[in-house]
Structures are given as structure tokens and as C-alpha cells.
Ligand binder design. Structure first.
Ligand code: DGT
Ligand code: CA
Ligand code: CA
Length: 360
């Protein structure tokens, strides 16, 4: 037997809503609902997520906004501010990267971290997970839930096990025991249709699924899926934690000392942000092809302006100057006061210029 792997799955708690609570501390304790308005006017649209206060009132992701307003008329309703969440997500991912061998960003609010080479046993993994939670709390001001397990499948299920602010460790020897009582719907990767069919067959828990003969599952769901169900129900997963290409960006956002539309004040902020971004790039020996200026106005509207270079660059000057030019162009186009500004680079490439991380 090779040494078991140790993998973390980190999932931010009620992510979009928690970002809003961080930006507006007066929201804490109140039900908060994040909405995606369809643009068809009125309350047409759906709930993207909600904080736990709102969830207790029945307001969950996916329900119509009009229904949410009936369930929780006293709640605070906000529209999604993707730029803000993305920049906070970048901060989270950068923090995680410092702790792991390989980082696989799975979505805006979750990632797998391979830490097999960083710790020697589960006890050390636990200490590391606690440290990560503390750093994300202190530096970024958000809580997350972490699952620690010998593979990605079980780590992901474990991160969801004690939400919010949870930490769940699953020993290699305890995997089947941990999985057995869970509902089929908890098995990541099982879609609604498959779940319903299994229910019809009288299979309600992962443990019951693991007792079904592989042949029967294959007959029912086809070769690939049937075999996968059999394996997954036993908590087996050999997929690797892999860096995803082209998805990465490095960014920094700051709140201005006062709301302003003055280019000179904004330039000072851009210089500082550019240096922070540059230091991150330098430490990881990365170049970039795109630079983005992020502007958050006093009405909380978030707008961006991006410039893509004809050839990759890696120097501070290019970030700083392009950021400044983008800000100048932005202010010429918009008569607004800015509350926060940000600088971001994307289309990242490794400095040697051989292996590209970005798409060109
Ligand atoms: P939790 O359960 O504490 O992890 O809560 P969230 O809100 O972090 O839920 P998660 O991890 O499933 O999703 C992360 C973010 O993705 C969430 O804050 C908002 C967005 N999201 C989730 N589900 C939906 C959806 O059905 N529609 C839209 N538009 N956005 C969604
Ligand atoms: Ca989440
Ligand atoms: Ca998530």
C-alpha cells in the first residue's frame, strides 16, 4: 500500500452573503438575500444565496425573489456583485496556495488542496486546517468549512458535513463508516435523475448503495456510471488534485480613504495595489497578459476596464501604467465617485514562457 494521500476541501460559508456582511458589518445578524435580477423588471429573478438567518426562514438558493420576499419580508435584499466576490475569492485562493503542494480551484468559493507532502499524518493535517481557517478569518474576515480526507470525493463531502465554520476529518480507515449513513444526494456527482431512480429502487443511503451488486448498477445506469457509483459509494476516488489552467488571476482591491473621482488620489491607490500584485507574481515567477482596473462607485456598482497586451509582460511598470491609463479612461467615461478600486492581472503565464497557464 502506498502512503495515503491527504487532501483538503475548503468551501466558503454562505459565500456571496458573507462577502456582503464583511463589506457592511451592520448586516450581521439580519437575514441577507443575494439576488440575480433577470432584468425583466420588478422582482423577476432568483435567489443566488442567502445567509443562515435567511435560510432559517426558508430562503434558499434558486427560489424566485418574489417568493423570498414573502417568506422573509424583513430581510435585506442585495443584487450580486460578482467583481467583489471574485476579488475576495482571489484573496482566499492566494492564502490557500501558501499552504499546499497543489491547489485546484473548483469554483469561486471552493478549492481542493493537496497537502500530502506538507504533513506527515492526519493530526498534523488537522493543525494545518485550523491554521488555514484562522488565517482566512483574520486576514480576509470570512469563515469557511474544511474537509480533510484521503481523496477528493470524501474531502468534499466532509467539508459540507458540519457547515458553517466546520472542520471534519476522515481517517482512511473510517471512510466507509463516515459515508454509510449519508443520503444519496450527499454523494457529489450523483445527479437528480440518478438519485430519483435509486430512490425508486429503495436505495436511500450511500451505505445501501455500496451493498448493491456492481452488475445491477451497470445494468441500470450503464457501464461507466454504474461502475463509478459502486466505487464512489465505498468512498473510493483516485482522481488527482490538479491545477486548472487559464482560470487564475491575481488581484487586489482597496477602500479609498474617502469617496473620490480625483485621478491623483486614485493613482496613489493604484501604485500600491500594483506593487502588491507584482510581489505576488514575482514570488511565483509568473507573467501576465491582461490588466484590469476595478472601480466600485459609491452606489456599489462595480465596473471594470481591461487591457490585453500583444505580448506577455512581467514588470511592475506595465501593471502600474496600464492600471493608471485604464483608470483615466474610466473616469473620462463615468462621472462617478469611487469608493473602492482594484488592480488585477490575468492570462497568467510561467516566466520561462514555455508552459502557458492562460489562453491566448
Ligand atoms: P454554503 O452552503 O454555506 O456553502 O453556502 P454558499 O452560499 O457558499 O453555497 P455554495 O457553496 O453552494 O455556492 C457558492 C456561491 O455560488 C454562493 O454564495 C452563490 C452562488 N450560488 C450557489 N447556488 C446558486 C444558484 O442556484 N444560483 C446562483 N445564481 N448562484 C448560486
Ligand atoms: Ca460555499
Ligand atoms: Ca461551493
Amino acid at each position: 500500500m502506498p502512503n495515503p494521500r491527504i487532501i483538503l476541501h475548503v468551501d466558503m460559508d454562505y459565500f456571496f452573503a458573507q462577502c456582503e456582511e464583511r463589506e457592511h458589518p451592520e448586516l450581521k445578524g439580519k437575514p441577507v438575500v443575494i439576488c440575480v435580477y433577470s432584468g425583466r423588471g420588478g422582482d423577476s429573478g432568483a435567489v443566488s444565496t442567502s445567509n443562515y438567518e435567511a435560510r432559517r426562514l426558508g430562503v434558499k438558493a434558486g427560489i424566485p425573489i418574489s417568493r423570498a420576499k414573502k417568506l422573509a419580508p424583513e430581510a435585506v435584499f442585495l443584487s450580486v456583485k460578482m467583481e467583489l466576490y471574485r476579488s475576495i475569492s482571489d484573496e482566499v485562493m492566494e492564502t490557500l496556495r501558501g499552504y499546499c503542494d497543489v491547489l485546484e480551484k473548483e469554483s469561486v468559493d471552493e478549492a481542493f488542496c493537496e497537502i500530502t507532502g506538507k504533513v506527515s499524518d492526519l493530526e498534523e493535517a488537522k493543525l494545518l486546517a485550523v491554521k488555514i481557517k484562522e488565517e482566512i478569518k483574520q486576514k480576509i474576515g470570512l469563515t469557511c468549512s474544511i474537509g480533510v480526507a484521503p481523496n477528493k470525493l470524501v474531502a468534499k463531502i466532509a467539508s459540507d458535513f458540519q457547515k458553517p465554520d466546520g472542520l471534519t476529518l476522515v481517517n482512511p480507515e473510517e471512510v466507509t463508516q463516515f459515508m454509510a449513513p449519508l443520503k444519496i444526494a450527499d454523494l457529489t456527482g450523483v445527479g437528480k435523475k440518478t438519485g430519483e431512480r435509486l430512490n425508486e429502487l429503495g436505495v436511500k443511503t450511500i451505505g445501501e448503495l455500496s451493498e448493491m451488486p456492481a452488475e445491477e448498477l451497470i445494468r441500470e445506469f450503464g457501464k461507466a456510471k454504474g461502475a463509478w457509483l459502486k466505487q464512489a459509494s465505498q468512498g473510493m476516488d483516485y482522481s488527482e488534485v490538479e491545477e486548472r489552467e487559464g482560470t487564475e488571476q491575481i488581484g487586489r482591491i482597496t477602500t479609498l480613504k474617502q469617496d473620490t473621482g480625483e485621478l491623483n488620489t486614485i493613482r496613489t491607490a493604484i501604485n500600491q495595489l500594483s506593487e502588491d500584485v507584482y510581489r505576488k507574481l514575482e514570488a511565483r515567477k509568473l507573467g501576465f497578459k491582461s490588466i484590469t482596473f476595478v472601480a466600485i462607485s459609491t452606489d456599489f456598482k462595480i465596473r471594470t476596464k481591461t487591457h490585453t497586451l500583444s505580448a506577455p509582460a512581467k514588470d511592475l511598470e506595465t501593471i502600474r501604467n496600464t492600471g493608471f491609463e485604464l483608470a483615466r479612461a474610466f473616469l473620462a467615461e463615468h462621472l462617478v465617485l469611487l469608493r473602492r478600486v482594484g488592480v488585477r492581472v490575468s492570462n497568467l503565464i510561467e516566466e520561462k514562457g514555455q508552459k502557458t497557464l492562460g489562453e491566448f
